[in-house]
Design a protein. Structure first.
Length: 509
């Protein structure tokens, strides 16, 4: 990653005044028509941190109209000019990295250290990556000699038009930029709809867009609730394509709505990701590294990453070594104030989400699951005073959970993993592939042949071997089955936003 953050200051000022967030439509900052607002909260403190436009179809229509007007000029601009604006935007975010990281931590409850080392640097990298990628995208030319003459076929890529970019709350700026950057680089104009739960960094980004010099209407940001503003955006007839990251049920409703007007859709949805741990990964030489990496894979961002490992398949012969070590390392996670530089594990996104996570754990326990650690809300008196009313749920490991139960079949999207023994590779593959999802998996072994054999047998978009979430932005990312349609990343993302078009020229004969 190109933007390594400097070390975290010892103390960080918490926000004093709530922000008043506006939509960015046609280059102007505006409240929702009619002035309706919702509020954004800091889930770690339960304090209101911003008022947010509660936009409706009116606002969405205005944003799409502005994006439609801006499209001819933007799509006709040379790619290097579009790339230069994205680079300028990246520089402004980098300049203000600390402010973005603080806002992301306050709006999500995630550790500030994580926002500073992952969310914001990765957002900057997204903007720079697609600025470079569009300069690497080559026009393809085919020449053919035929008895009756020769011809030259050129494959052009025509940007589709107005792109709707809808992003979730878990990695707000990271996933918002992951969508708008390729859309803008490819020559589309954009109407972005961040999650109403986490609008703050998208609002800050929209301010930097104006500062960077993006022309009016090229990138519009409409805040509001998914079923209202989001659904209106998806249904808007002048939207050409939709890129969505979020829950599988929402993805299904978007796919239905888009199908009638043949809008191109890319859907990055949920997962129930298996980690297959082979016995050699838990031998003396590798146990500490495996345990550290697995705990990171399970509990980064409080388990609220679509790729988090939630089903840990453990070869029986190493069960007795690995399980106590996982429990010990999980218990050692430092849970606390997200603004404290030593905190590993912060608040869930909301009290409502905590209740959902708790109810899935309680149901598993009701069905006979054994709680090895966690399994409860962190009591207020175990938390620092500033965050006592926050949505803190203990990192949880469960054993004896049937592979067919909800806890293993549905996405919990929280700090909960189940431990499942296996005896043969065939059994591990059957369990790993045995859900409706197919997003990602991890394989833990130093036996390269076995790792590749297991990887090839998995039906998922990404397999990491002996690691997790290492990401080359050039590779395609996405899921099988209910984990989504389409791929994001590198040229796959750029090409999503443009339709190939062929021009054939007779050149001789
Ligand atoms: P949601 O599906 O609830 O929301 C995602 C986005 O869609 C939000 O902006 C939301 O707005 C909006 N939205 C909600 N309903 C509609 C609708 N009817 N029409 C249009 N837009 C709508 O997901 P979450 O925000 O809860 O995010 C968590 C989910 O995201 C998890 O399932 C996770 O697995 C998935 N995810 C997948 C990733 C991947 O790469 N596959 C990466 C990261 C997350 P609002 O929030 O304002 O309601």
């Amino acid at each position: 990653m190109s933007s390594a953050a400097p070390p975290l200051p010892a103390s960080y000022p918490a926000r004093v005044q709530p922000a008043v967030i506006c939509n960015l439509i046609d280059g102007c900052f505006r409240p929702a028509r009619g002035g309706a607002t919702t509020v954004a909260q800091n889930p770690a403190t339960n304090q209101m941190i911003a008022t947010v436009p509660d936009s409706t179809a009116h606002d969405v229509n205005e944003a799409v109209a502005a994006a439609s007007r801006a499209f001819p000029e933007w799509s006709a601009r040379p790619a290097d000019e579009r790339a230069a604006l994205l680079m300028r935007l990246a520089d402004l975010v980098e300049r203000d990295l600390d402010a973005f990281a603080l806002a992301e931590s306050e709006n999500t409850g995630k550790p500030l250290a994580l926002a500073r080392s992952l969310d914001v640097p990765r957002s900057i990298a997204n903007l720079r990556h697609f600025a470079h990628a569009v300069m690497e995208d080559r026009t393809r030319l085919f020449e053919q000699e035929l008895p009756q003459g020769s011809m030259q076929s050129t494959v052009l890529r025509k940007p589709l038009g107005v792109a709707a970019c809808i992003s979730p709350w878990n990695l707000p700026l990271y996933l918002f930029t992951w969508k708008i950057a390729p859309a803008l680089a490819a020559g589309c104009t954009v109407v972005g709809k961040p999650s109403e739960v986490t609008p703050v960094t998208a609002w800050m980004l929209s301010q930097r867009m104006v500062d960077a010099g993006f022309p009016a209407g090229v990138c519009n940001v409409v805040h509001g609730r998914g079923p209202l503003a989001g659904a209106a955006l998806v249904a808007q007839p002048d939207v050409a394509c939709i890129t969505f990251t979020g829950g599988t049920l929402t993805g299904e409703s978007i796919a239905r709505s888009a199908a009638g007007s043949f809008k191109r859709t890319a859907l990055e949805l949920g997962g129930s990701n298996a980690a297959i741990v082979c016995a050699d990964a838990a031998n003396d030489a590798h146990l500490p590294a495996t345990v550290d990496a697995l705990v990171r894979a399970m509990f980064t961002n409080q388990g609220q990453v679509c790729h988090c490992a939630s089903r840990i398949l453990i070869e029986r012969s190493c069960w007795d070594r690995l399980v106590p070590a996982l429990v010990e390392r999980t218990r050692a996670l430092r849970i606390g104030d997200p603004l404290d530089a030593t905190t590993d594990f912060g608040s869930l996104i909301s009290a409502a989400h905590l209740l959902r996570v708790a109810s899935m754990v309680n149901a598993a326990v009701g069905d006979g699951a054994r709680v090895l650690c966690g399994g409860e809300r962190i009591p207020a008196d175990a938390l620092p005073e500033r965050v006592r009313s926050g949505a803190f749920y203990a990192p949880t490991l469960l054993q004896d959970v049937s592979v067919d139960s909800n806890a293993n079949q549905e996405e919990i999207f929280g700090p909960v993993a189940t431990l499942i023994p296996f005896s043969t590779d065939a059994e591990a593959i059957r369990i790993a592939n045995g859900t409706k999802y197919g997003l990602s998996a991890t394989v833990w072994t130093r036996d390269d042949e076995r790792a590749m054999r297991l990887s090839r047998a998995l039906t998922v978009g990404t397999v990491w071997i002996n690691g997790w979430m290492m990401r080359d932005l050039r590779v395609p990312i996405g899921g099988f089955r209910c984990s989504g349609i389409g791929r994001e990343g590198g040229m796959d993302a750029l090409h999503f936003f443009a339709e190939p078009m062929v021009v054939v020229r007779r050149t001789g004969g």
